[in-house]
Design a protein around this ligand. Structure first.
Ligand SMILES: *[C@@H]1O[C@H](CO)[C@@H](O)[C@H](O)[C@H]1NC(C)=O
Ligand SMILES: *[C@@H]1O[C@H](CO)[C@@H](O)[C@H](O)[C@H]1NC(C)=O
Length: 398
């Protein structure tokens, strides 16, 4: 074989490797989705090299950012709330009454993502258009430069700043109609700040709704049925979710390695397993074909050294029932093809048991991150349909 044909063969194999997405048949695949998947995989694979060369982490992701651009209907501004950057979307049309507000927390594994990403910018605009709401989208500091609890605290500080009478009045917001929402790691932060704010004596305002879109809610058990079934799907394979979780707490790779094999817990923390026991918390149909084994404690030292993952502010599923009681009306969206599916399902069981009003939407042909693919950038039909339904639900309930 000549050198040319060998090069051609190698190029074809590489191309096929990158274009191949092992998605289940049920999922709608478009060329835009394939290209996004390729981009995402290249970014993740180049990351160690770029890091070694001294570039800022996840540099390539910055191409997704758009500047704050106002139009005839909405004023978009990047500003600071309590020194944390936020992007604020305010409807231009005058209103005779106070408006509802959505406080939004973007996803990205506590490490990537931005309110300036076109997908989040677009969601903010849609919320303004469909709900006539003021939207605050937070830009908390990210891993690996910053670890837990910085992300949590940035979001909490911003929310508290926003909930002050003076600030709400300035934006014309009705204090009785505020939603805290987020997707993925943002859903994690939304669940965590909602728990904390309930018991904060300094906050007099009650959040009306929380909305958790395919949230990550615990880092104790990395061997849930959803992790087993969806370990190799694109956008959020198990290795990546584990990397994000461990990077939330430390840059020490030992935690990541232990988490991958579910060996990162300690004997001392085994009293917490009941809060993440999928054998008791998952509905029957999601347990089918799986045998429960509780996490083992091969590397007990790690749970002591990086105890963040045992903190309820990082793993909201670890909250006692008494902490869940009194949470606002909760909307949880889960996807069948998502390692995080069972986190959402288990929280649903816990909230119901604590008497919280819950609305659940399970998307049978959804995969992790798919809501972001409803924007004009990728425009998947299933995503657009679910986003519209979501906005309608918010309109009726907020
Ligand atoms: C502004 O709102 C009007 C009425 O809903 C709509 O027709 C128009 O397309 C909007 N403009 C932009 C730039 O979105
Ligand atoms: C989890 O639940 C099952 C029963 O559904 C029980 O047998 C097991 O002991 C529980 N494990 C832990 C660690 O709570």
């Amino acid at each position: 074989m000549g050198r040319k044909s060998l090069c051609l063969l190698i190029s074809c194999v590489l191309l096929a490797y990158y274009l191949y997405i092992p998605l289940p048949d049920k999922i709608e695949v478009s060329w835009k989705l394939m290209l996004t998947s390729v981009f995402f995989r290249i970014e993740m694979q180049l990351e160690p090299l770029l890091e070694m060369l001294g570039f800022k982490p996840f540099l390539l992701m910055d191409v997704l950012e758009v500047p704050p651009t106002s139009d005839e209907n909405v004023t978009v501004t990047d500003t600071l709330f309590n020194n944390v950057p936020v992007r604020v979307f305010v409807p231009k049309q005058k209103s005779s009454t106070l408006r509802r507000a959505v406080f939004y927390i973007h996803g990205g594994g506590w490490a990537i993502g931005s309110a300036a990403w076109i997908i989040y910018d677009d969601l903010g605009r849609q919320m303004v258009e469909k709900l006539d709401a003021v939207v605050v989208s937070t830009n908390y500091r990210l891993a690996p430069q910053y670890h837990f609890p910085t992300q949590f605290e940035d979001v909490y500080d911003t929310l508290k700043w926003f909930l002050r009478k003076k600030v709400l009045a300035e934006y014309g917001v009705d204090p009785a109609r505020i939603c805290v929402a987020g997707d993925s790691a943002g859903g994690n932060l939304a669940a965590a700040v909602n728990q904390k704010i309930l018991n904060d004596p300094e906050v007099k305002i009650k959040i009306k709704i929380q909305s958790l879109i395919y949230p990550a809610l615990q880092a104790l058990d990395m061997d849930l049925p959803s992790y087993r079934e969806n370990a190799h799907l694109p956008f959020l394979p198990k290795y990546l979710m584990v990397m994000f979780w461990s990077m939330y707490f430390t840059s020490d790779k030992a935690l990541e390695e232990a988490m991958l094999t579910n060996q990162h817990n300690s004997v001392e923390s085994s009293h917490l397993f009941k809060f993440v026991n999928w054998s008791t918390l998952l509905p029957e149909r999601f347990k089918k074909g799986h045998v429960y084994t509780h996490p083992i404690h091969e590397r007990s030292d790690l749970a002591k050294k990086f105890s963040g993952f045992l903190d309820v502010r990082a793993s909201p599923l670890l909250a006692e029932d008494s902490m869940l009681k009194g949470l606002p009306l909760t909307h949880i969206l889960t996807c069948q093809y998502d390692v995080l599916r069972d986190d959402g399902l288990m929280y649903l069981s816990r909230l119901k048991a604590a008497g919280v009003q819950v609305v659940h939407e399970h998307v049978e042909n959804g995969f992790h991150g798919f809501l972001s693919f409803g924007s004009p950038l990728i425009d998947l039909k299933v995503s657009r349909r679910v986003v519209n339904k979501y906005l309608k639900w918010l309109k009726e309930n907020l």
